[in-house]
Structure formats: C-alpha cells, structure tokens
Design a protein around this ligand. Sequence first.
Ligand code: HEC
Length: 149
Amino acid sequence: MVGTSLKTSEFVLSLKTPLAVGAVVISCAAPRASAQDAAPPPALLAGAFSAAQAARGEETFKEVCAACHNIDEMAGARFRSSWADQTAGDIFDFLSNAMPQGDPGSLTPEEYRNIIAFFLNRSGYPAGERELPVDKAELSKLRIVALSK
Ligand code: HEC
C-alpha cells in the first residue's frame, strides 16, 4: 500500500515538472523578443568625443599612467576586443575604481573621461564635435561597437 501511494505521487511530480519548466521558458522568451524590436543603443562610432578632449586625455595619460602603461599596447585591437559590447560607462567605472594602481580614484571625473576619449581616438573611433557626456547614465548608453574594418 505504501509502495503504491509513493509511485502515484512520483508520477504526479514528474508530470507537473515539465509543465512548470515550459511556463518559465515562455515567460522568459517574451521580453527577449520585444527587446530585439527596440532601437539599438547609440554607438560610439557616431563621434561622441572631440579631438581636443582626446588630446587632454593624452596629457593626463603621459603624466599619470605612462609610468606603467604603453598606450600602443593598450589601444587599438586590444582595446576593441577587451571592451567590445561594453559601454563608456563601464570603462569609466573600471578606471575610476582601479586606476592608477596604488591610488585609484585620484583623478577627477573629467580627467577619466578625457582618458577614455584618448583610448577611443587611438583605437580607431572617429572624433566628432561633442565631448563624452558628463552624466553617467548618458555615458553608459555609449556602447563600444565593433568597427567594420
Ligand atoms: C603603478 C602602475 C600603474 C599605473 C600608474 C596605472 N596602471 Fe593601469 N594597470 C596596472 C596593472 C598592474 C594592471 C593589470 C592588473 C589589473 O587589471 O588590475 C593595469 C590594468 C589597466 C587596464 C586594463 C588592462 C589593459 O591593459 O587594458 C587599463 C585600461 C588601465 N590599467 C588603465 C590605466 C590608466 C588609464 C591609468 C592612468 C590613470 C593607469 N592604468 C595607471 C598598473 C598601473
């Protein structure tokens, strides 16, 4: 008797489980489908920094970062692959939390933005008329998109 009732409850469980899993999959798939319809985030290719801002970033890089880093080893293809699909806001967070090593966060937010502009400039992204946005939420909308060449 005991054996029979156990088998019954096992059967009920195994019948319910696939249904529950199916329901979860469906509810996850719906938001994904609508996210694909949404407009892609603005790309850095649109010239979101100016050449003057990149030049200021280069000055700071020489003063603060060049003791440990060579820009030619950090920019270009290496920059594009390490930051692909992340945003300028992610770079800002990394730099302001970790660099310069030994004294992280010691630069002003503007100096960190200028250095990001310098990296972009040396990594093949075209400069434009604007400067990188001061607002962090705006900075985080600027996605590092792969360059076509
Ligand atoms: C005292 C030496 C030192 C200084 C100064 C320094 N860094 Fe770094 N940096 C490091 C080390 C070591 C690593 C690798 C370890 C890590 O990722 O934390 C690193 C990693 C990095 C990385 C990620 C890896 C890469 O090569 O892309 C970036 C970007 C970076 N540093 C940027 C900067 C910038 C910008 C400055 C100046 C504001 C700076 N660093 C100053 C030592 C330094």
